[in-house]
Every structure is written in structure tokens, then in C-alpha cells.
Design a protein around this ligand. Sequence first.
Ligand SMILES: Cc1cc2nc3c(=O)[nH]c(=O)nc-3n(C[C@H](O)[C@H](O)[C@H](O)COP(=O)(O)OP(=O)(O)OC[C@H]3O[C@@H](n4cnc5c(N)ncnc54)[C@H](O)[C@@H]3O)c2cc1C
Length: 419
Amino acid sequence: MLDRPAISAGVFDPSSASLLDPPLTDVQISMRDGLHRFAAEVMRPAGRALDRMSADEVIAKGSPFYAVHEQYRAFGLNQSAMAELPAQEAALLQALAYEEMGWGDSGLAISIGVNAMPASVARVLGVPEFAERFPETKFGCWAITEPDHGSDMLDSTRQAFANNGQYGRPSCLARRVGGDIVLSGQKSAWVSNGAIAEQAVLFSLYDDGKTGIRGCVLYVPLGVKGVSRGRPLEKLGQRALPQGEIFFDEVKLPADCLAAGPDEYHDALYDTLCLANSSMGSLFVGVARAAFEHALAYAHERKQGGVAIFQHQNVKARLFSMYRKVEAARALARRVAVANATAATPALQGAIASKITATQTAFEVASEAIQIFGGAGMSREYPVEKLLRDARASMIEDGCNELLAIKGGSQLINAARAN
Ligand SMILES: Cc1cc2nc3c(=O)[nH]c(=O)nc-3n(C[C@H](O)[C@H](O)[C@H](O)COP(=O)(O)OP(=O)(O)OC[C@H]3O[C@@H](n4cnc5c(N)ncnc54)[C@H](O)[C@@H]3O)c2cc1C
């Protein structure tokens, strides 16, 4: 006989995340387990409460939103701690962390992740001095989309633009004026953390006075004269994530706020999309896993036809389909996270594949969870309807999945054989 525990049905424990994980280091296990407790004990209850509050209440003084951020900071899981680890280990640790936090509450997880965007973008662009000037201990945001240019801003290379399509007027423009940069216009109401951010890594159209209007990346402290905000946005899902417009009225910035100029802009956006899409992949594996776990538990509790509903074959098959999708999305998300963190040039098609797969999976698995809950799934008394709303937002967030698919497809084309 083989020297191993006997095979028996019913040993699956979803709380250990997966029976399929490769061996993890002690640091990874301890951080994953610590974050799991934080997600269960702090993020979930706060996320549930914030989901029922108005957008104004979410950002009001005394809101549980701020307590979550404070407690997260105590973990010390910041970009400089990550930089101490070998790249492969750090990438897997980050993927584990995003999955646990997405499992806890995706709106709060994104708010935490977005705080680190100024510092993380500085690292991927190779300008670490900006990470020191704009640390993740402050509320941060990634301001790129505009009222008139959502998908357009994520497609700076115009790979998805219609034939003869015209960009039109930017909603936000940075201009070089003597030794300064002057910023005017606005970013969209969708900027995550926009309503509370103290600093932004801002992707904008830029007139350098020499080569016409092209793109640039600026680091902007948001407490300066000329910056104002709109009301926080009321929305369907991820309601714990404060979003809102940021307005710039002739905001004067020193030239050393420019982190990437027009010649570097396309590469800067490519690298940033690789980072953001890969993080979204891991985070929404967590949402999908949460929906699967709720459905699995409920299938053991709810009785119909005289037995727990998991005894019905269709419920068992549906649960297995959910399990399979979560495992497949997780495998892709972790593979992409590690590959892109260790490659000389990250693969955008991989990051997009991870984001689309995980967000689509989260939406499908949340919908299947509602089906397993029956009528109870529609009720706000149970957690799965919120997961469906949260997952729905993710298919638009950080680029509509359709637009991203066109960009991903463009990466696969061999230009030499394009005709
Ligand atoms: C929860 C959430 C968080 C977000 N966080 C941020 C953030 O932190 N910072 C930030 O700047 N923005 C953020 N956004 C904005 C987000 O990136 C945009 O909503 C997204 O890029 C789509 O832009 P849009 O809403 O203007 O839609 P549009 O661009 O107007 O698209 C409308 C429809 O047209 C389709 N479409 C548009 N252009 C094309 C094309 N060229 N080819 C094919 N189809 C096309 C789209 O797929 C979509 O179905 C967030 C959005 C959400 C929902």
C-alpha cells in the first residue's frame, strides 16, 4: 500500500484556500494567514456596513473605512518591504495578499491597492525617487480616465480605435509653461480613492510646447491650490471604495513632478496596465472564491426533498463547476504575477488574460452562488448578492474587458505577417 493518508470523500477544506497550492515559504504562509484573519474579522464586517451607507457617509469622519486602512498599515506589507524579497517570492506574496483581501471585501481591497499605486508605478517606471516623495502611507490614486475619454485613455497606442476615429478634445491637459507644468481640466468620477486621495499618479495629455499634444505621467500632491473634488459617487457595487472627480484649475506644478514624458508615455502605460491588470486578476480570484465558499457552506445547511441540497446531483455538479473555475483563474493569476515580476519585459497579454479571466469568473461564480442560495440569494440578508454587484463592476474597472481583449489580441499579432 502507498504510504499516504487514505483517500476519502469529504475532506475538502476551502478555508485552506486550495489543496492544489505549491509549497509556500514560511513568510508567505504567515502573511497569507494573517491577512485571511484581517479579511475575515475586519474587512468583511466593515465592507458589509459600508455597502449599506451612502457614498458621503463612507468618507465621513468616523467611518469604518478609515479603521480598515489603519489596521492594514500595521501589517507592514508595503512596497519597500516587498522590494527586500526576491522578485518571484514577492510577486507570489502579493498575489496571495490580493486574493485574501479580495475575499474579504473587493472595494476595500482596491482602495488599499490604489494607495500603493503612486509608489508601485514609480517602481515599474524605474523612478524610485517618486516612491519616496509619494509614499503609500498617504491616500493615493491612479487618475487616468476622463469624462470624455474612458477607454480612449487606456488605449494610448490607438490599437482599438475605429478607422478614421478622432480623439477630440482632452478633458484634462498639462502644459509646459516656462519652468512649470500647468494642469487644467478634470479626471473622471471613477477615480478610485478620488474622493479622499492626498496624492495622484496622473496620466494626462501633455503639450510640451514643442512636439504637439502627447501623453505624460505626473505626480500631483492634491492639497495644492486649484485642486477640488466632486461629490463621491453612488454606485452599484464596490460601494466601500470611494470614487469621485478631481478638478484642476490652472494648477501650477514644478517640472520635477514629471515622471514620464511623451517619448516614454506608451511604455509607461503598458507597464502600468501590466501591473494593474495582474493585481486585479489575483484580487477577483478572491471574490470568486468567497462566492464558491458561501455556496458550498449553504449547500450543506439548506435541506430540500428531505436532504441537504448538496445531495442533489445538479447542485453537486454546479459546485464542482464553480470550484474548477476558481482554481483555473487562480492558476493563471499566480502564473502571470510571477512571470511578469521576473521577466525583463512584462507580458501585457498575460496580465489582460488574468484580469479578464478572474473578473469574468468572479461574476459567473457569484451568479451561480445566487442560484444555489435560491430566493435567499437575492436577499441582502445573505452575502452573495453583494458579491455579484462587486464582481460586475470589475468587468469595467481598469479597462472594460472588451477593450482589454482587443488590446490583448493586438499583442498577439505578428506585425511582419499582418498583411
Ligand atoms: C469600480 C471602478 C473603478 C475604477 N477605478 C478607476 C481608477 O482608479 N482610475 C481611473 O482613472 N479610472 C477608473 N475607473 C474607470 C474605468 O477605467 C473606465 O470606466 C473604463 O476604462 C471604461 O471607460 P468608460 O466608463 O468611460 O466607458 P467607455 O469608454 O465610454 O465605454 C463604453 C462602452 O464602449 C466600449 N468601447 C469604448 N471604446 C471602445 C473601443 N475602442 N473598442 C471597443 N469597444 C469600445 C466599451 O467596451 C464599453 O462597453 C474605474 C471604473 C470602475 C467601474
